[in-house]
Ligand binder design. Structure first.
Ligand code: F6P
Length: 434
């Protein structure tokens, strides 16, 4: 495998203007030409739009976003002007049309060319609507300043509550079982901890017991983990890109996995991709990494040792943090700018964590669930793995038999849960394109 050297310089583009030029290229290289209505001509798979009441996407816009505004308002004592800005945003998303960022808002130029302004929020693509909502929330709260609220993370109180919970102590103390496990089971435990950390309620406790972990994870609908280790073991240790998702209970097992990749010789360097600003409530930023390192260092052994090794890896440049602007862009990775593409191209493997990264990786579309993962990620510049619990309608790469089983289970469920397996986080997948 040719691995061009990675570049560290980053453009300031979220991929908006340049992205549209790149769209044709990336669609072409993915073998999926888009028609004027946004439908993928090869498969008839339309982009997910916020859409009609009753859809999952609409419930996020109608219920979760207003609830989040109220949660943020209760958690932080914002002054009257910022409260009024929150009121205005709430009114806009529930009754109005999509408004532009104010011209004097820092970074407004990155959003200027988007085509969705003046339309009802329900009419725009789901991925775009969610991403723009978070940007507008931060604008309302003065996050980008200048001013006294500049840089304040409105989600910090929630993140801190999760990170300081005693549940995390239990999970960290379970780390002491790892050295006693055979190497293959240690690999698997750490991989599954990182995977289920995306649901943020299992984590390291999965390492207990004597049975194989896979048997105790009935919700794992695709398990390409052998291919994942195969990619990493195929050559000398190189760079692994780990594209993080949530802070706290998800980021901790991600960091422990990064330590394991470095310590087991699977990676020479781990590049951890973070969000440059608070996003999707709990997405990890640099501050969240530092908080996790403090949490590890303040815990009992062996967690404290993991924390010390990670600090040393940061100092030595073996654990590298990136916060590329495109990480908060409202687009799929098919539109990533060249410098980010170079980063991923130079990696032995890129591991995409979580549901949002999955949507951005495969494209936020109503794909047939059985369409090959290899096909929808063909554009990606290097080997890529997705570790994700299912929290939205988008899924690809399911074996036909698995899909049938999921439908049959849903049909038999007395609660009539329908397609809840797609959205409730009870199911998960490990998919790899080597
Ligand atoms: O933290 P994760 O796994 O990326 O999940 C975020 C998911 O939450 C939602 O915002 C709402 O459920 C999804 O649209 C999104 O994909």
């Amino acid at each position: 495998m040719t691995r061009p050297s990675s570049r560290s310089g980053h453009s300031d583009s979220t991929g908006t203007a340049a992205a549209r030029t790149a769209r044709a290229d990336s669609a072409e290289s993915a073998g999926s030409a888009e028609s004027a209505d946004g439908t993928d001509s090869a498969h008839g798979s339309a982009p997910v739009v916020v859409g009609t009441p009753g859809s999952f996407a609409r419930s996020v816009l109608d219920e979760r976003h207003p609830a989040l505004i109220e949660r943020v308002r209760r958690a932080v004592p914002y002054p009257p002007a910022l409260q009024r800005a929150l009121d205005a945003l709430l009114e806009e998303i529930t009754e109005g049309v999509v408004e532009r960022l104010a011209d004097d808002e820092p970074g407004a130029e990155r959003w200027r060319d988007e085509p969705h302004y003046g339309r009802p929020w329900a009419d725009v693509p789901f991925l775009w609507a969610e991403s723009y909502f978070y940007r507008r929330l931060l604008a309302a709260l003065g996050h980008f300043g200048p001013g006294p609220w500049q840089g304040i993370d409105p989600f910090a109180p929630f993140k801190e509550a999760e990170l300081t919970s005693t549940k995390v102590d239990d999970e960290l103390s379970a780390l002491d079982r790892l050295p006693g496990l055979p190497a293959a089971e240690r690999d698997r435990t750490l991989l599954l901890s990182s995977l289920w950390g995306n649901r943020a309620d299992l984590g390291f406790r999965m390492s207990t017991g004597s049975g194989g972990l896979a048997e105790r994870v009935p919700g794992l609908v695709v398990d390409d983990s052998a291919a994942l280790w195969g990619v990493l073991d195929a050559g000398p240790p190189g760079t692994v890109c780990l594209v993080a998702d949530n802070a706290g209970p998800e980021l901790l097992p991600d960091l422990v996995l990064a330590d394991h990749l470095l310590g087991s010789g699977r990676a020479d360097t781990v590049v951890l991709h973070l969000k440059p600003y608070p996003y999707y409530v709990s997405d990890a930023t640099t501050a969240d990494v530092l908080a996790c390192l403090d949490r590890l260092s303040g815990a009992a052994e062996p967690a404290a040792r993991v924390g010390a090794r990670l600090r040393q890896a940061l100092r030595a440049g073996r654990l590298v943090l990136r916060a590329h602007p495109f990480s908060c862009a409202p687009h799929g990775y098919g539109l990533m700018p060249a410098d980010l593409r170079d980063d991923f191209a130079s990696a032995t493997l890129t591991i995409m964590k979580g549901d949002l990264n999955y949507r951005r990786l495969v494209g936020d579309r109503h794909w047939p669930a059985t369409i090959a993962f290899d096909e929808v990620t063909a554009y990606f510049p290097g080997p890529v793995a997705a570790l994700r619990t299912l929290k939205c309608d988008v899924v690809t790469g399911l074996p036909a038999g698995t899909l049938e089983r999921l439908h049959a289970e849903a049909a038999e469920d007395p609660a009539g849960s329908g397609a809840a397996w797609r959205t409730s986080g009870t199911h998960a997948l490990i998919q790899v394109r080597a």
